[in-house]
Design a protein around this ligand. Structure first.
Ligand SMILES: [Zn+2]
Ligand SMILES: [Zn+2]
Length: 285
């Protein structure tokens, strides 16, 4: 069956992610990142403005110690990523974070909205993110080893950043002690960077199939309700669409982008579009 080409999804604006102004530099593909490294003269990525502001790691640490928010947030053909300098009791660290994106983001947000026990849902999602990383890491590592045979991918830790009235931001992160470091290349991991493109159908580095992702979540008891027409994760508890089945992070929202297989109870409606239809959940009872 031909794979549906996905529209690029705009990252949702979230209170827990500070968006930096979009740099004017043209984004490059993640492939470029591991072929040449971000310091290569002709490699320009979305972080260039950040690197211009803080040319070395000690520059960034000094700025953080002065009280500046030293952070880059952006996406390059994948989900949102963030690099931050944090001052910890063990000294300054650089944190590399990759947020869930695309299909996985949609599933996590639907499950979160649908959940009646958010604490256990959060625990289950974090466990599933651990599994997903375990599945992806060797594949991503292998790709980098084609050009760097000695390479080992960093092991990432799943996290959830809670905010008062929003869906938590889920993702994976690694921290790098800045002691003795100068070069930004020592503060980020290529496989982690490439993982941000793993849930996208748009020229992905190493795509993970939607069913494969869903299976990991369901194996930890995360409740996923899937639309019979489009196959997207849906919820009828979105605060803006009460009792209406919606995909929380697609621009289609309550409109099903795929023709449904079942007859419409009130007839097909080309003007208003088609509603999503919840399929029976495959969760174990
Ligand atoms: Zn649908
Ligand atoms: Zn329909």
């Amino acid at each position: 069956m031909p794979k549906k080409r996905k529209k690029p999804r705009k990252p949702a604006s979230r209170s827990c992610i500070r968006k930096v102004p979009t740099p004017s530099a043209a984004p490059s593909s993640p492939d470029g990142a591991w072929a040449d490294g971000p310091t290569d003269a002709d490699y320009v990525d979305g972080r260039q403005e950040f690197f211009d502001t803080y040319p070395t790691v000690p520059d960034a640490v000094r700025a953080a110690e002065r009280g500046e928010v030293v952070e880059w947030t952006g996406d390059i053909d994948g989900s949102l990523m963030r690099h931050t300098v944090k001052l910890t009791s063990d000294g300054p660290v650089v944190e590399q974070a990759i947020y869930v994106g695309n299909d996985l983001e949609c599933m996590v947000e639907s499950a979160w909205l649908q959940s009646e026990d958010r604490s256990s849902t959060e625990t289950a999602i974090l466990a599933a993110l651990g599994d997903i990383h375990e599945l992806l890491r060797p594949r991503l590592e292998e790709r980098v080893r084609e050009v760097r045979p000695e390479y080992w991918a960093r092991i990432l830790t799943p996290f959830a950043e809670r905010s008062a009235d929003r869906i938590p931001c889920f993702g994976w992160r690694a921290t790098y002690s800045t002691a003795g470091l100068t070069d930004w290349d020592d503060c980020w991991d290529i496989a982690a960077w490439n993982m941000s493109a793993s849930f996208s159908m748009l020229d992905p580095v190493d795509p993970m199939e939607r069913d494969e992702v869903a299976a990991r979540l369901q194996s930890h008891g995360v409740l996923l309700i899937v639309c019979e027409g489009c196959g997207e994760a849906i919820t009828n508890r979105h605060p803006a669409w009460e009792s209406v089945w919606v995909t929380p992070c697609l621009e289609e929202g309550p409109l099903c982008p795929s023709p449904t297989r079942t007859p419409e109870p009130y007839g097909p409606n080309d003007e208003c579009g088609h509603p999503h239809h919840p399929q029976r959940t495959r969760n174990p009872t």
